[in-house]
Design a protein around this ligand. Structure first.
Ligand code: FE2
Ligand code: FE2
Length: 243
């Protein structure tokens, strides 16, 4: 099972690199993943024209299941209404061949700060009540990411959300927002941050990238994560057996 995780494409902002996103999409289609997860910041300002352009790009990605959730930039200028119109619910659950993915909206209108919110905890718990390989996706980072400077905008309820996800036996968490790729292993739960796939909004010399996750069901859910550099090249950054 191959899952591709991309984030922070920021289509239509002045730092957006359309040719690079075209290349990333061609690479993803060559990989032939079953599932693609896009963890938010599709736009810069949540404008309708930006969403429509982002939609055109996302439609070019070929896969069985797409999970798209909003980021803080998409929640600007009531962009969350446009998001719902184009991509559907801001928090969603998808199931495919032994994988359950809960996509959680961690945004608030016109604020950059993350917030999951207690009202979603019951729903999250229900989604994760399964023997499947459990994936949770949200835009904001649940744990600080190195080389991102001053810590900010982490979900205000990150501690409670982490406890909930660990208690529910979550295998993998996918985040974006800080534009820097990183992996934490917390109490057996892998937390993977994706970099920006195709913008010049980089932290110094950390290049654009996305994640390729391979789950080997025969090998009891052995998980491999590759950091795929948008301009070419890849790196195996994690190999772990499911606990
Ligand atoms: Fe972003
Ligand atoms: Fe963001």
């Amino acid at each position: 099972m191959k899952i591709v995780h991309i984030s922070d494409i920021h289509v239509a902002e002045r730092h957006f690199l359309p040719d690079l996103l075209g290349r990333v999409i061609r690479d993803i289609n060559r990989i032939e993943p079953e599932i693609v997860v896009v963890t938010g910041d599709l736009t810069e300002n949540g404008f309708q024209s930006e969403f429509k352009r982002a939609q055109q790009y996302i439609e070019q990605i070929e896969c069985k299941v797409k999970v798209v959730i909003p980021g803080n930039h998409d929640a600007r200028n009531v962009g969350y209404l446009g998001f719902e119109e184009i991509f559907g619910h801001r928090s969603i659950i998808e199931k495919y061949k032994g994988i359950t993915i809960a996509g959680i909206d961690s945004t608030q209108p016109d604020l950059d700060d993350g917030h999951v919110g207690r009202e979603k905890y019951g729903w999250i718990e229900k989604c994760l009540d399964t023997d499947d390989f459990k994936v949770v996706a949200l835009h904001h980072h649940l744990i600080p990411v190195p080389k991102t400077g001053r810590e900010k905008q982490i979900p205000m309820d990150a501690g409670d959300v982490l406890e909930l996800l660990v208690r529910c036996g979550t295998d993998l968490v996918l985040c974006g927002h800080r534009h820097v790729p990183w992996i934490w292993n917390l109490n057996g739960m892998i937390i993977t941050n994706a970099g920006t796939a195709c913008t010049t909004r980089l932290k110094w010399d950390i290049p654009q990238s996305f994640n390729l996750i391979e789950i080997d069901e025969e090998e009891k859910g052995t998980i491999k994560i590759y950091r795929m550099y948008s301009k070419g090249g890849q790196e195996l950054v994690l190999e772990k057996r499911r606990d």
